[in-house]
Design a protein around this ligand. Structure first.
Ligand code: C2E
Ligand code: MG
Ligand code: MG
Length: 719
């Protein structure tokens, strides 16, 4: 806006400057007799000087156009350049002739003048009318060559036909008519130029005012009927001035404009460089400084003021990673922004807030006065973060884990940051969720961080595999279903138990791709067994909380069923009681899943401490009694009562019951007596590989039958 205004100011100035010579016409008209009397006799010399100036200007224009950068060379520049070259050469010839006093030669000079004007006006018209085209340097040589040739030709022609040239009066009439015609043509070129004014106001403005001066000059030439005197001088003056303005236009196109463009490119480059630097040191979403800037600042400050007490507060919004992976990137971004805004709003001036990867924020304090000051800040932060974050329709809330670390003698920037992060991880296990770093934290938590990093690579390195644990129908004695259980074979650590890594996968969001892989592998496996000739079996797959937040869960299950061609009734998804907290959201999701035709089971039933009201709302098919209760049946009358109660409640609600973790005959006996539907446990089989299950399927059956026959139901079972 400011620039545009400046341009207009400049244009107006230029316009005023260009108009000044017009004012000179006034004294010329009023005092022409007096002026003539003063300068009489010197007009020849004055005109000669003016002509020399004209040569200088026209030649400069020609040279300018010749020297223009090859990238800027266009047909328009060439028209202007070569035509002014013609004008310059003819004007030189004119000067030479003017020095001579012979009338014939003088008449030739008039013809040259006519030819020159026509060449110029036609050249300008061509330049305007012809569309702009890029040319090469070879074209330039051709154009200037043609200019030299045509000048030579004209001069030769005029010299040869000299005797045929009419008398003084005839030439005067011809010159006046030609001059009027060129004035009209110049007027036409102004008309065409005005149409292009908006595209390039500066150049067009100059070309228009240059053309206007040529018209004035033409009219003055017509007035000077004896080719000398004040009018002739004035005509030459305006011609000279017109060329000066043309030169300005050419200079602007060939030098000033490219320079301004270069300047603009330079400024743009500087600006984008600044933006790049900003991006390199700031987080895209929150615009807070990032880890790179934090470490850079930390390194400098630790080097300079290492003895001063400095601190890092590491903040993590619990479950934010899971929520962001489940609800999608736009939700997580909005959530991050809100968190960043809250942190910034309560930040004391000497606290430096930064945003690290994923859901971590770090605050650096260059000069810590008291430990209490930090504690107070953290408590305030916790209470601010306790307010739910409103992201579109969701009211999201996460616990804040905070770790604080102070610098010690030899600690590096990276170590200081890691210490705060370790304290933060450890804090997440405590009710107050706030901890200062202590030496012993390094070992345990570092191991967990390492595990998280390795877990990320495990999926692509195909370190996961599934095992299947048979579930036996107590009524038929047959293996009617299996539970798919994931295993991680770590190249160095060996087998990592799912209880350890599922939690980390949940926190890091990896549970989404991992869960998908598990579901697809399990469905494909059941289908493969069927192809191998095994009796049809249902597969139970565990769902974790993170997957329930996954936006496209239903779509994903549908696609996997389609891809694996598995009959939906042969898939059972296991949810845990803790997932049933958000009844409204879950009811809809489970109904959508159920609509696919699959079965739903509640895993680890009885351990979730939740109210049982969800049992009437959720479309559940099966309850799985947790192995902790089964384990204690013989020893704890409370557990015995609880299992009996679950069995009878399930009967009333028409739900199937699977008892998990059956290791002993006594446990089995209790469950058989309680009319349990299915059992799963080491007593029958541990979780085994898909191949093992296929090859030992008959043995497994036999083994199950042997056990069950002890309860004298043997005759009812057949394999
Ligand atoms: P869960 O879903 O309750 O799985 C049953 C667990 O009990 C399995 O442990 C199984 O090996 C174990 N188990 C079965 N019978 C017996 C028995 O007679 N005695 C004893 N002591 N244990 C028995 P696992 O495979 O270590 O899995 C532990 C938990 O990890 C699972 O509990 C489940 O919550 C989770 N998990 C396992 N695989 C997956 C998976 O693919 N996805 C998800 N989201 N979670 C999984
Ligand atoms: Mg399970
Ligand atoms: Mg279980």
């Amino acid at each position: 806006m400011e620039n545009a205004r400046n341009n207009i100011v400049i244009d107006k100035k230029e316009l005023g400057f260009s108009a000044i010579p017009l004012l000179l016409l006034l004294p010329l008209i009023v005092f022409n007799h007096q002026l003539f009397a003063i300068f009489e006799g010197s007009f020849v010399y004055l005109s000669l000087i003016m002509k020399i100036f004209i040569v200088v200007f026209t030649m400069t224009i020609a040279i300018h156009s010749w020297l223009i950068f090859s990238q800027l060379l266009s047909n328009q520049t060439l028209y202007i350049g070569s035509i002014f070259f013609v004008v310059a050469l003819l004007e030189i010839a004119n000067i030479v002739l003017a020095v001579s006093q012979s009338l014939d030669i003088k008449l030739i000079s008039v013809w040259i003048q006519i030819f020159m004007r026509f060449a110029l006006v036609i050249g300008v018209l061509l330049m305007i009318v012809k569309p702009r085209k890029k040319l090469t340097l070879a074209h330039r040589r051709i154009a200037y060559g043609i200019a030299v040739l045509s000048v030579a030709l004209v001069l030769m022609m005029l010299y040869k036909v000299q005797p045929l040239i009419g008398g003084n009066q005839f030439v005067t009439t011809i010159q006046s008519s030609a001059q009027l015609l060129t004035a009209v043509l110049q007027g036409v070129s102004i008309y065409f130029l005005s149409k292009h004014y908006k595209e390039a106001p500066k150049q067009t403005g100059w070309l228009m005012s240059g053309s206007a001066y040529l018209i004035v000059s033409d009219l003055l030439f017509v007035c000077s009927n004896n080719f000398s005197g004040i009018w002739m001088f004035a005509a030459l003056f305006y011609q000279f001035f017109a060329y000066y303005i043309f030169l300005k236009a050419i200079y602007y196109t060939s030098v000033e404009k490219p320079y301004q463009q270069l300047l603009k490119i330079k400024l743009d480059l500087e600006q984008s460089q600044q933006e790049l630097t900003f991006q390199a040191y700031h987080d895209d979403i929150t615009q807070l400084p990032n880890e790179r800037l934090l470490l850079k600042t930390l390194k400098e400050k630790l080097r300079k003021d290492g003895r001063q007490q400095q601190a890092i507060i590491s903040i993590e919004i619990d479950r934010l990673a899971t929520i962001s992976d489940s609800l999608g990137i736009s939700y997580s971004n909005k959530m991050m922004k809100l968190v960043a805004e809250r942190i910034q709003a309560m930040l004391p001036p000497h606290y430096f807030a930064t945003k690290l990867r994923e859901s971590q924020f770090v605050i650096y304090i260059h000069h810590v006065q008291t430990k209490e000051e930090l504690i107070q800040f953290c408590l305030n932060l916790k209470s601010v973060m306790n307010q739910p974050l409103q992201v579109q329709l969701f009211s999201l809330k996460g616990n804040v884990n905070i770790g604080i670390a102070f610098n010690d003698a030899n600690c590096t920037a990276e170590q200081l940051l890691t210490h705060a992060q370790l304290a933060m991880r450890e804090a997440s296990q405590l009710p107050q969720r706030l901890l200062f770093y202590q030496q012993h934290m390094s070992t345990g938590v570092a191991n967990r961080i390492l595990l998280e990093q390795e877990l990320h690579k495990a999926l692509e390195r195909q370190e996961f595999y599934l095992v299947y644990q048979p579930q036996i129908n107590l009524k038929t004695g047959k293996i009617e279903s299996v539970e798919a259980l994931v295993r991680w074979r770590h190249p160095e650590r060996g087998l990592v138990p799912p209880d350890t890594f599922i939690e980390i996968a949940e926190e890091s969001g990896l549970i989404i791709p991992l869960g998908k892989w598990i579901l697809e592998t399990a469905c494909l496996q059941v289908k493969a067994w069927e192809t191998q000739g095994l009796p049809p079996m249902k597969v139970a797959v565990n769902l974790s909380l993170g997957q329930l937040f996954q936006q496209d869960l239903v779509q994903m299950v549908r696609e996997i069923l389609q891809r694996s061609k598995l009959e939906p009734s042969y898939l059972q998804l296991e949810i845990t009681e803790s997932m049933t907290m958000n009844i409204d959201q879950m009811t809809q999701l489970l109904h959508e899943l159920k609509a696919l035709g699959i079965q739903i089971a509640v895993d680890d039933f009885g351990t979730g401490y939740s109210s049982l009201s969800y049992l009437k709302d959720f479309p559940i098919d099966c309850l799985k009694i947790d192995r902790a209760f089964v384990h204690n049946i013989q020893h704890d009358p409370n557990d015995e009562a609880l299992v009996s109660m679950i069995l009878s409640m399930a009967k009333h609600l028409r739900l199937k019951v699977v008892a998990e973790g059956i290791e002993e005959i006594a446990q089995l006996a209790f469950l058989v007596a309680g009319d349990c539907d299915y059992i799963q446990g080491y007593l029958f089989s541990k979780p085994i590989s898909a191949e093992q299950l296929a090859t030992t399927f008959n043995d497994l059956h036999m083994h199950a039958n042997d056990i069950l026959e002890r309860f004298k139901y043997g005759e009812e079972y057949s394999i």
